[in-house]
Design a protein around this ligand. Structure first.
Ligand code: FNR
Length: 375
């Protein structure tokens, strides 16, 4: 990776490397309300802040002199091997960042063989994204619906298109209290973003054509809000699909245990990037206990606050199998479209490679055995 580092610093082309610089560049590029929607967290943003500061509580204690020249950062999930322990988190409304939205991001992910997780509220449909990217690895994130068939219909379409897993997000049965959006009087749903996967007979889309706030609000109430979601629904979803089902938004060890009891195939520890309930635990703090309880039975993934290669090292050392990147790729999309996301991923994977070897690890299994102290 030194070669790449030297190549980068001797090149005229520069894409923002520090996360903070990337965020600032995105802020300059897009509409202030759209940026606010992407950047902000729920409530007083205590959890959003914690997502970043919590990583600092854990320190890597590296070991040396072990010959880490044969680096292998690959991981295997559900029978498929990927070159890095990275996936792209599901992010809706990507047209807020760039017109090419999900298409641009999915193509950039494909170029690096990184799985792309498409959001239910994406800006392009399952079929449009498939047409643009072929058989590159793709998973589908599901938001449940009060009209169950709307949800199951999307699952069927994802299966048909060759998607490889279903990620059911369990922490968003109603929207978090997002003060920045309230201040900006901003809702991307109101603007009609994020409806690409809904078909005309779905209640949500049916309410949208005239864009009247009252009818959109009714559509959201009918379709996006589903507070009755419970473990019986998980059982039903498992029956309705042949694909592995992951639950995204797990923070409590008890829920992790329940997931294994209900035949769930994987979990994603996440607080939705601090966008749902403010004051909840950071993912990295929730990880050790959950990893202990899962004890290798199913894959444990994690997101919320992954910004640098050392964050990935810490997450894997504390028991995660892989991590999901969120806001950084959205900012990259805003700054440089598809090329921006490709550049960002190229830089990030090199950071992961450097951080892995400098910890004294040559494989992801070595990272699992790494010493981490909590201060
Ligand atoms: C999200 N996230 C999200 N999650 C999900 O399951 N479905 C979705 O449609 C969205 N949409 C979405 C939009 C925007 C603008 C953001 C920033 C996030 C949450 C996402 O998958 C992930 O959990 C967080 O982004 C992780 O936090 P960081 O690392 O981005 O801060």
């Amino acid at each position: 990776s030194n070669d790449v580092f030297l190549q980068n610093i001797s090149s005229d082309e520069y894409f923002p490397v520090p996360f903070e610089e990337l965020e600032e560049a995105a802020k300059q590029k897009i509409d202030a309300s759209a940026f606010g929607y992407i950047q902000s967290g729920a409530g007083g943003e205590e959890t959003l802040r914690k997502n970043n500061t919590s990583f600092s509580k854990y320190s890597i204690v590296p070991t040396f002199l072990k010959d880490v020249s044969k680096l292998d950062t690959s991981i295997t999930l559900f029978g498929r091997t990927y070159p890095y322990p990275l996936l792209l988190a599901p992010v809706g409304m990507l047209k807020l960042a760039d017109e090419a939205a999900d298409i641009a991001v999915a193509k950039a992910a494909a170029a690096h063989q990184i799985p792309f997780i498409q959001s239910t509220v994406s800006s392009y449909s399952i079929e449009e994204i498939t047409a643009a990217t072929g058989d590159s690895p793709k998973w589908f994130q599901l938001y449940w619906s009060n009209h169950r068939e709307t949800a199951f219909n999307m699952v069927k379409r994802a299966e048909k298109a060759g998607y490889e897993a279903i990620v059911l997000t369990i922490d968003t049965f109603s929207l978090g209290w997002r003060e920045t959006d309230l201040k900006n009087r901003f809702s991307p749903l109101m603007q009609g973003f994020g409806k690409a996967n809904y078909e005309t007979d779905d209640v949500f889309l049916a309410s949208l054509p005239n864009q009247q706030p009252e009818s959109v609000i009714q559509g959201i109430k009918d379709n996006i809000n589903h507070p009755s979601l419970n473990w019986d629904d998980i059982r039903e979803l498992k029956k309705r699909t042949t694909l592995p089902v992951l639950l995204k938004g797990i923070l409590h060890p008890e829920d992790a245990l329940q997931a294994t009891r209900h035949g769930v195939d994987g979990i994603i520890i996440s607080n939705h990037g601090g966008r749902q309930l403010d004051g909840v635990i950071s993912s990295i703090d929730a990880l050790p206990e959950i990893a202990a309880i899962i004890d290798g039975k199913i894959p444990v993934l994690l997101d919320s606050g992954i910004r640098r290669g050392s964050d990935v090292v810490k997450a894997i050392a504390l028991g995660a199998d892989a991590v999901l990147l969120g806001r950084p790729f959205v900012y990259s999309l805003a700054v440089g479209g598809e090329t921006g996301v490709r550049n960002y991923l190229a830089n990030f994977k090199q950071d992961v490679q450097a951080s892995t070897t400098l910890s004294g690890a040559a494989t992801m299994q070595d990272l699992r055995d790494l010493t981490i102290t909590r201060t």
